[in-house]
Design a protein around this ligand. Structure first.
Ligand code: C2O
Ligand code: CU
Length: 446
């Protein structure tokens, strides 16, 4: 399997030209007509270091407006930065400029369009690519792979299939799951060698319960979060938009990298409507077959200890907020106070309204309340969130994420430090159909 093309910064900067356009790509020997960056699926991987400048010129050759979001990067939301309010009309270009602070956390990030109302269509159509922010101290591995997972629904002619109204409400699940644009590719690995896998879940609404049959995974971190030492795990849950940074050592033979079934409708609890409403992805999917053969290189050096991460648990929050995520349609789900569909505190997204005003330099505590019987993975732009209380996790570590899943009818508490950057940005459900349906709000930090 050919990995995505890589573009690396040098001497502190990276200049990239991306063109978004319809493209014909080969998926396992058949042609599909999708949306691509630079004719590729996925788009090129951008490799950066903390302190770098990224100059990215985006040309829009689609037949509708678009823009770009650098998901998870801690960069300015204003002007030509990670500005979700920019609109690039067909036939025009926009020059983005992002300055990564010298303290930018290493990790796996990604880019995708973010124009409200079109995000789910454009991302599931094929517009996504990985961004890697390198570690200050390299971690020895015999090979590094960027694994971009996506899903798509194609008709028999290989064209993008329009989602049904029900799929838009529930969050569409592409019928075909792709790894770097291919169905079930074969990854060849040398037995006993340590590889580093950077996994990105670009699926519009599919949760990935990742497992490599019969093997444990060493989890370096998720999103921008870094563990001081890798955690040995059997499984990693990546919500839509989430990423994992893994070390993998395989034993001889063939194993499958799988996404196990995940039920977004209350995970099988009482009132579970998953099967009925398409919330479950059935039997799961094989993402790749991993063939280990030969004798690998001797075990590489241990992972260097990480710098301790910031921990906001001892901070005094300036403000406590409650944010209620509600999903109402057809009288089947709890409607928000305003009687609206997909809403935050009763209101659907309005770019001209500011929903949350925060003061620069403060720490806030947010209680994310899910008042609906389906999970919502919540993403805040620019400022990462530290999970301080969640029903589903053991918090043995400062747990930094930029997508925090709030399970059906549960609540999760997070803390956010509004450091470094001021400006207007957004937070939203990363089931992108829900975002397009209104589950997004504006935050302004001054
Ligand atoms: Cu990955 Cu606001 O999105
Ligand atoms: Cu949602």
């Amino acid at each position: 399997m050919a990995p995505p093309r890589e573009l690396k910064s040098s001497a502190g900067s990276l200049d990239v030209e991306l063109t978004a356009a319809r493209g014909r790509v080969r998926i396992n020997g058949r042609y599909a007509s999708m949306l691509c960056y630079n004719g590729m699926l996925p788009g090129p991987t951008l490799r950066l270091r903390a302190g770098d400048r990224l100059n990215l010129s985006l040309r829009n050759d689609l037949d509708e407006a678009t823009n770009l979001h650098v998901h998870g990067l801690h960069v300015s939301p204003e002007g030509r930065g990670d500005n979700p309010f920019v609109r690039i009309t067909p036939g025009s270009s926009f020059d983005y400029g992002y300055e990564l602070p010298a303290s930018h956390p290493p990790g796996v990030y990604w880019y995708h369009p973010h124009l409200h109302g079109t995000v789910a269509d454009q991302v599931s159509g094929g517009l996504y690519g990985a961004i890697i922010v390198e570690d200050p101290e390299p971690i020895a591995a015999s090979r590094e792979r960027v694994l971009v997972v996506s899903d798509v629904s194609l008709d028999s002619a290989g064209s993008l299939r329009r989602p049904t109204a029900m799929e838009r409400m529930m969050g569409r699940m592409g019928e075909v799951v792709l790894l770097n644009g291919q169905v079930r590719p074969r990854l060849e690995i040398r037995t006993g060698e340590r590889e580093r896998w950077r996994v990105v879940n670009t699926c519009v609404s599919r949760f990935l319960r990742l497992r490599l049959d019969g093997q444990r995974l060493q989890l370096l971190g998720v999103d921008s979060g870094r563990r001081p030492v890798p955690a040995s795990v059997e499984e990693v849950l990546l919500p839509p938009g989430g990423r994992a940074d893994l070390l993998v050592v395989t034993t001889a033979g063939t194993s499958r990298l799988r996404a196990l079934p995940y039920d977004r409708m209350g995970a099988g609890g009482p009132g579970n409507m998953g099967g009925m409403m398409g919330g479950s992805d059935g039997g799961g999917h094989t993402l790749a077959t991993v063939e280990a053969a030969g004798a690998g290189a001797p075990s590489p050096a241990p992972v260097p200890a990480r710098q301790a991460q910031r921990d906001l648990r001892s901070a005094t929050p300036a403000v406590h907020r409650e944010l209620v995520f509600s999903a109402g349609f057809g009288g089947m789900m709890g409607r928000g106070p305003g009687g609206t569909g997909f809403a935050i505190n009763g209101s659907e997204f309005n770019p001209d309204r500011t929903d949350v005003r925060a003061e620069a330099g403060t720490v806030e505590e947010w209680t994310l309340v899910n008042s609906s019987p389906m999970d919502h993975p919540i993403h805040l732009h620019v400022w990462p969130m530290q999970v301080v209380d969640s029903p589903r996790q053991v918090l043995d570590d400062p747990d930094w994420r930029d997508v925090v899943n709030v399970p059906a009818n549960e609540r999760v508490r997070v803390r956010v430090a509004f450091d470094d950057f001021v400006g207007r940005s957004v937070f939203h459900c990363h089931i992108l159909d829900h975002e397009d349906s209104g589950m997004m709000a504006v935050i302004e930090v001054r």
